[in-house]
Design a protein around this ligand. Structure first.
Ligand code: ASP
Length: 342
């Protein structure tokens, strides 16, 4: 049985090609995808292409673009077996994380990909990323999709999207998932890691919730940070949620002014989530006094969540108007496989 795939092109490096006449980089027209890559006809998939308007560099992507993308998937959900989202690499992990929280009871693949070198440049990594992403989006075991999750495919590895980080501006393997295994490794064949793929939502009704609040801040602590700077960040107008990037296993200074500023913010109703500045490993506020003080002040543990996923999750939950108890409960636990439960 053939699968039908919708490719949604949002912008980014993958969509550029060299103009034969001038040598300049110009946008690639994905609607001519079969002319450019005739070999795609050999895949067992039918492809439609939708180009977002306007096409943007992912540095300009805003929550309204996440919502538009989620809306497109909702509107086309019944007509396609899978979706491939072509996105700039710079903020791909943020968008893909946000989509994982906006799409509820997802039972079809949504595969994000992009490239470090434009698709129309000879040495591009985009061609392989695109073709394999399409193949994964269309792959099935019987009548069920192989990967009914929001995932991110890049350089031979398929990741759970909300576990990823862009970790290199140079390497072709630009993304990594430090705290969760790849969902598939690609070599001569595509080797799915079945134990890692979530199929929990199959059978429930798919829905989309695009509510988002931008009343959030990411605060990265650093040695020498002063009280006025820290207080200014915590009390920035409108802020209701803070992703606090701490050291190591979730440690922060125990200075009175630091803990005091946090306690004051929390008593004003600001939610503070502790995530680590390390690329791998987890927050554990029980190990050191420096972590325990945060816990006592009411800081929530983000465990091993990435900053990208933490921010997206916080924005979505605040957007839904969750009350404090529900918000804390949902932030503490995995809702889309974005953190490791003990
Ligand atoms: N600046 C580009 C973007 O994120 C980089 C890329 O696509 O790789 O849109």
């Amino acid at each position: 049985m053939r699968s039908s795939i919708l490719i949604i092109y949002t912008g980014g490096t993958i969509g550029m090609k060299t103009d034969d006449a001038t040598g300049a980089l110009v946008p690639f027209d994905f609607s001519g995808i079969y002319d450019e890559f005739p070999s795609l006809k050999r895949l067992n998939v039918d492809i439609d292409v939708l180009t977002m308007s306007p096409v943007i560099d992912s540095s300009n992507v805003e929550p309204s673009n996440w919502a538009a993308l989620a809306g497109l998937i909702r509107d086309n959900y019944a007509r396609y077996d899978g979706f491939v989202v072509l996105h700039g690499t710079d903020t791909m992990s943020y968008t893909a994380s946000a989509l994982s929280f906006m799409l509820e009871n997802l039972a079809k693949p949504v595969v994000f990909t992009g490239s470090q070198i434009p698709i129309g440049v000879l040495r591009t990594d985009g061609r392989e990323n695109l073709i394999t992403a399409i193949e994964i989006a269309g792959a099935r075991i019987g009548d069920r999709p192989e990967v009914p999750e929001v995932s991110l495919y890049f350089q031979n590895r398929l990741f759970r999207a909300n576990r990823t980080k862009k970790h290199s501006a140079e390497e072709l393997s630009a993304f990594a998932s430090h705290n969760y295994p790849a969902l598939a490794d690609v070599g001569v064949g595509i080797h799915y890691r079945y134990g890692a793929i979530c199929r929990c939502d199959a059978g429930k009704t798919f829905s989309v919730n695009t509510a988002v609040s931008q009343d959030v801040a990411v605060v990265k602590i650093f040695p020498g940070m002063t009280e006025p700077v820290f207080r200014a960040m915590l009390s920035a107008e409108g802020v209701r949620g803070v992703v606090l990037e701490t050291y190591g296993a979730g440690n922060a200074p125990t200075f009175g002014w630091f803990i005091g500023a946090l306690e004051e913010a929390i008593s004003r109703g600001v939610h503070v989530l502790n995530v680590t500045q390390c690329v791998s490993g987890s927050v554990n506020m029980d190990i050191y006094e420096t972590g325990r003080r945060l816990q006592e002040a009411g800081v929530i543990s983000g465990r091993d969540i990435t900053t990208e996923a933490a921010l997206a999750k916080m924005m979505c939950l605040l957007g839904r108007g969750c009350g404090t108890a529900e918000f804390v409960e949902l932030m503490r636990h995995s809702v889309r496989g974005e953190m490791t439960e003990e």
